[in-house]
Design a protein around this ligand. Structure first.
Ligand SMILES: CC(=O)SCCNC(=O)CCNC(=O)[C@H](O)C(C)(C)COP(=O)(O)OP(=O)(O)OC[C@H]1O[C@@H](n2cnc3c(N)ncnc32)[C@H](O)[C@@H]1OP(=O)(O)O
Ligand SMILES: CC(C)C(=O)C(=O)O
Length: 554
C-alpha cells in the first residue's frame, strides 16, 4: 500500500473536548427511532422498490414498532410521489406513526414535496444541504455564508409553506456531511436554521447530524455530538438526531457513542441497508440494548420473517454473519464452543435461571425467532462430543453415557471430514442408529429365557455362521447372566461392562433405550445400543450390538 500519503486526515475533532460521555458504560434508554429504509435504503438499491414493495415494507416497519418513518424523497420520482399519495389517500398511516420526507433546499423541490404531502395528518419535513469543506469547495463552489444562506432560504420556505397550509408539520434539518465540517461552522448553520424554524416545547425541531461518509473514529463523532449538544440554540426544544453511515464499519459504534454523548434520536435501516456500506443497522443497535437489559421499544422477536420480506422486496441478501440476524450468528460448529453452550444450557435448565448467561451466545436465539434445534449446534469436522451428544439428547431424546459420547463424537466428525460436508441433524441420527443399534452380525440373538433362583440363569437362542444354537449363562443380574453366556460359551473376551438405560421421551414411543459399552483385551471400548418396549430386551440387544461391533461385524 504505497499511497497512504494521498489520504488527508479529514476528521474534525473537538479541541479540549469535555468527553463527559466517556464515563458512561452503556446506552440506558431507547432513543427515538426513525427508519430511513424507504428513503436512504431505497435510493441505494440496484432496483429501487416499487410502490407495492414500499407499501409492504412500510407495513412491516409499522409492525416492528417504528413511530417515525422516512417514507421517501417525493420530488425524486413518480413512484416516490405516488407512494406518499397512496399512504395518505388510502389512510395507511397509523395515528401513532409520523411519516418523514426528505427534500433538498431548492425551491421547486420543496414545493413539490409539500404538494405530495397534501392531506397528511402530520409529517416531518426533512431539509438538508451539504456543509463539508469538500462539498462547499467542489460541488457548490460557495463560501460559508452562501452555504448558510441556502439552508436559511430553505428553512424559511418550508416554514412559510407550512404556516400557509396550516399543516401539522415538524421540521428536521441536516447539515449533510456533518462530520467533515468544521464544528463551529456546523453549529453556526444549524443555529441559523433553528432561529428561522423557531422550535417550541410542543413542536421541537430535529437537528440531524449525519455521518454521511464515515472518515473518523467513533470517539471523534462522540466529541462532535457533545459539542453540538453544548452549542445548539434552544437545546431543550431540539431533538438531536444521528444518521451514521458505515464506511469504516463503525456505524453501530458511532451511534452508541453518539447516544452516550447526548443524542436523542437515531436514523437507520434494517440490516444496515443504505448508501455504499450502508446506514447503521437498527436491529444491531436495538438488540445491543436489549442484550444489556434495556427495552429497545422495537420488536425483533421474529427476525426470520423480517428477513423474508426484506430480501424479497429489496433484492438484497442478509449476510450470514450480520449481528443478531445472520443465519450463522447463533451457530456453533467448533467443539469447545458447542461443549460450553451445551453445558451452559443445561446449567440454566437445572438452576431454572431467568437470566441469560450461556457462553458464546450473547442473546437467547429464541428471543429473535431462532430455534435451538438445528440452528445453534451444527456438526462438521470441527465439532466435538459435547455438541453432538447435546444434539442427540435435545432433538431426539438419546441421553448417551458420557463415555460413549467421545466415540460418537469422533465417528461423526470423521464422517463429516471425509465427506467434506456439514452433517445435518437427521443424518447424525441416521448414522448414530446405523452404527450402534441392533447389530446382528456375526451373532444374531433370536430369543432368550430367564429363570431366577438365588441367581439368574439365561438360555439364549442365537444364530452364528448360519448355525442356530442355544447358549447358557448365569449371573447376579440378567445382563450379567447374558454377558457370562457370551464370554463362556462363545469364547469372546471383553471386560468392564458399562451400562445405561432410560425411557425415550421424544418421538412417538414409550420405549426404552439401553447403551452398553465393553472393553476388549487391548482396552479399546465398543458401544452398542438397543431400543425395545421392554428395558431388559433393550439392554440384551445393546450388549449383542456392542459384542458384534467388537467382533468387527455389522
Ligand atoms: C446523503 C444523501 O443521501 S442526500 C439524499 C440523496 N438522495 C437523492 O439524491 C435521491 C433523489 N434525488 C433525485 O431524484 C434528484 O437528485 C433530484 C430530483 C432531487 C434533483 O435532481 P436534479 O436537479 O436533476 O439534479 P441533481 O440532484 O444533480 O442537482 C444538483 C444541483 O442541486 C444542488 N443541490 C444538491 N443538493 C442540494 C441541497 N441539498 N440543497 C440545495 N441544492 C442542492 C447542487 O449543487 C446542484 O446544483 P447546480 O445545478 O447549481 O450545479
Ligand atoms: C440527508 C442526509 C441525512 C443523509 O442521508 C446523509 O447525510 O447520509
Amino acid at each position: 500500500m504505497k499511497h497512504a500519503n494521498k489520504y488527508q486526515r479529514t476528521y474534525f475533532n473537538v479541541e479540549n473536548a469535555p468527553m463527559r460521555w466517556i464515563k458512561k458504560d452503556y446506552v440506558d434508554h431507547a432513543p427515538i427511532w426513525c427508519s430511513v429504509d424507504l428513503r436512504d435504503g431505497n435510493q441505494s438499491l440496484i432496483i429501487p422498490m416499487s410502490l407495492e414493495e414500499k407499501l409492504e415494507f412500510f407495513k412491516m416497519l409499522v409492525k416492528v414498532g417504528f413511530k417515525e418513518i422516512e417514507v421517501g424523497f417525493p420530488a425524486a420520482s413518480e413512484t416516490e410521489y405516488e407512494f406518499l399519495r397512496a399512504l395518505i389517500d388510502q389512510n395507511l398511516i397509523p395515528d401513532d406513526v409520523t411519516i418523514q420526507v426528505l427534500t433538498q433546499a431548492r425551491e421547486h423541490i420543496i414545493r413539490k414535496t409539500f404538494d405530495a404531502l397534501k392531506g397528511a395528518k402530520k409529517a416531518i419535513v426533512h431539509l438538508y444541504n451539504s456543509t463539508s469543506v469538500a462539498q462547499r469547495e467542489q460541488v457548490f463552489k460557495k463560501s460559508k455564508e452562501e452555504i448558510i444562506q441556502i439552508a436559511v432560504d430553505g428553512a424559511k420556505l418550508i416554514k412559510s409553506i407550512a404556516d400557509e397550509t396550516k399543516g401539522n408539520y415538524q421540521f428536521e434539518y441536516s447539515p449533510e456531511s456533518f462530520t467533515q465540517t468544521e464544528m463551529d461552522f456546523a453549529a453556526d448553520i444549524c443555529n441559523a436554521v433553528i432561529d428561522v424554524l423557531k422550535p417550541t416545547p410542543e413542536n421541537k425541531v430535529i437537528i440531524n447530524l449525519p455521518v454521511t461518509v464515515q472518515v473518523s473514529m467513533p470517539h471523534v463523532y462522540a466529541n462532535q455530538i457533545e459539542y453540538m449538544c453544548d452549542h445548539l440554540h434552544e437545546r431543550e426544544n431540539i431533538i438531536v438526531s444521528l444518521h451514521p453511515h458505515n464506511d469504516r464499519g463503525c456505524g453501530v459504534a458511532d451511534s452508541e457513542m453518539g447516544l452516550l454523548a447526548g443524542a436523542d434520536r437515531i436514523e437507520g435501516t434494517l440490516f444496515g441497508n443504505g448508501e455504499r456500506t450502508g446506514n447503521v443497522d437498527i436491529i444491531t443497535l436495538a438488540m445491543n440494548m436489549y442484550s444489556q437489559g434495556v427495552e429497545p421499544n422495537l420488536d425483533f422477536t421474529n427476525i426470520p420473517e423480517i428477513i423474508e420480506v426484506y430480501e424479497r422486496v429489496t433484492r438484497m441478501h442478509v449476510y450470514e454473519r450480520s449481528p443478531y440476524s445472520g443465519e450463522l450468528v447463533f451457530a456453533a460448529f467448533s467443539g469447545s464452543h458447542q461443549d460450553a453452550i451445551a453445558k451452559g444450557m443445561k446449567w440454566r435448565e437445572e438452576k431454572q435461571l431467568d437470566t441469560w448467561t450461556v457462553p458464546y451466545l450473547p442473546v437467547d436465539p429464541q428471543d429473535v425467532g431462532r430455534q435451538y434445534d438445528g440452528g445453534v449446534i451444527r456438526i462438521n469436522s470441527q465439532s466435538g462430543k459435547g455438541g453432538i451428544g447435546y444434539l442427540l439428547e435435545q432433538k431426539y431424546g438419546y441421553d448417551t453415557p458420557k463415555e460413549m459420547r467421545e466415540d460418537i463424537g469422533y465417528l461423526m466428525k470423521g464422517i463429516s471430514d471425509h465427506r467434506h460436508q456439514e452433517l445435518k441433524s437427521d443424518e447424525i441420527l441416521e448414522i448414530f442408529k446405523q452404527e450402534y443399534f441392533n447389530k446382528t452380525m456375526p451373532i444374531h440373538m433370536l430369543d432368550y429365557h430367564f429363570v431366577r433362583t438365588n441367581e439368574v440363569m439365561v438360555t439364549l437362542t442365537i444364530e452364528m455362521n448360519g448355525e442356530k444354537r442355544d447358549i447358557v449363562g448365569r449371573g447376579n443380574g440378567r445382563l450379567d447372566a447374558v454377558s457370562n453366556a457370551i464370554t463362556s460359551s462363545l469364547n469372546i473376551n471383553y471386560k468392564d461392562l458399562l451400562y445405561k438405560e432410560h425411557a425415550l421421551t421424544k418421538g412417538s414411543t414409550s420405549q426404552a433405550v439401553a447403551y452398553v459399552g465393553i472393553h476388549d483385551e487391548k482396552g479399546l471400548m465398543y458401544w452398542g445400543a438397543g431400543i425395545h418396549d421392554d428395558i431388559i430386551a433393550a439392554s440384551v440387544i445393546a450388549l449383542f450390538s456392542a459384542v458384534n461391533r467388537l467382533m468387527g461385524g455389522k
